[in-house]
Design a protein around this ligand. Structure first.
Ligand code: SAM
Length: 195
């Protein structure tokens, strides 16, 4: 579908993607709330992705307004540039990405400079990236990677999203966000713009 997503969706609405969507609650809720945005959820493991498909099918079978602006892809995000053309994506969501705590695995973190370089190849100018996690070490690493990356502007961040009046407005919870905030973990969020 590289370069042909507008054809697939049958319109020129902006495309927002979630990388590592897990069971897909977040992106499915967003798709239902925003019919004028097209959503692509990306997940590496079919065992998890199947839950998102089942949930969407169930939702659609019980609704007079089936969700048409959402599609899921099972793939490793390392290959994002094979699936999206330059300038094809307007926003990237990363939610509770795997922390890969060992230094030698840093390049596997979805906020590493290696991944930022991939995002640069698919994002539009002024496209945005939003990242949430409860893992403070991963968050600090991600802030550093973003500050050191050329061509990006860190536009906002917080170490306690649920108590941040501005950034929490309209927040859509993910499965992991609900789980970790319910045991008292503060949620960190960063937003950045691709210049
Ligand atoms: N975003 C969901 C949430 O917040 O509830 C799920 C978070 S879960 C901790 C991270 C998910 O990212 C897992 O389902 C994992 O398989 C997926 N993932 C990790 N690395 C990935 C990659 N390189 N490409 C695609 N998916 C990936």
């Amino acid at each position: 579908m590289k370069g042909k997503w507008a054809e697939h969706f049958g319109n020129n609405h902006p495309i927002h993607i979630e990388v590592g969507m897990g069971k897909g609650r977040f992106i499915t809720d967003l798709a239902r709330q925003n019919p004028d945005i097209n959503y692509v959820g990306i997940e590496k493991y079919s065992s998890v992705l199947i839950r998102a498909i089942e949930k969407l099918e169930q939702l659609n079978s019980n609704s007079e307004m089936p969700v048409k602006n959402l599609i899921f892809i099972r793939m490793n995000a390392e290959n994002l540039c094979d699936v999206f053309e330059k300038n094809e994506v307007s926003r990237i969501y990363l939610n509770f990405s795997d922390p890969w705590p060992k230094d030698r695995h840093a390049k596997r973190r979805l906020t590493s400079h290696e991944f930022l370089a991939r995002y640069e190849k698919i994002l539009k100018k002024d496209g945005t990236l939003e990242f949430k996690t409860d893992n403070k070490d991963l968050f600090d690493f991600s802030l550093e990677e973003m500050k050191n990356a050329e061509g990006w502007e860190l536009t906002a961040f917080t170490y306690d999203l649920h108590h941040d009046v501005v950034l929490s407005e309209g927040n859509v919870m993910t499965e992991y966000e609900e789980k970790f905030s319910s045991i008292g973990n503060p949620i960190c969020k960063m937003e950045a713009r691709f210049l």
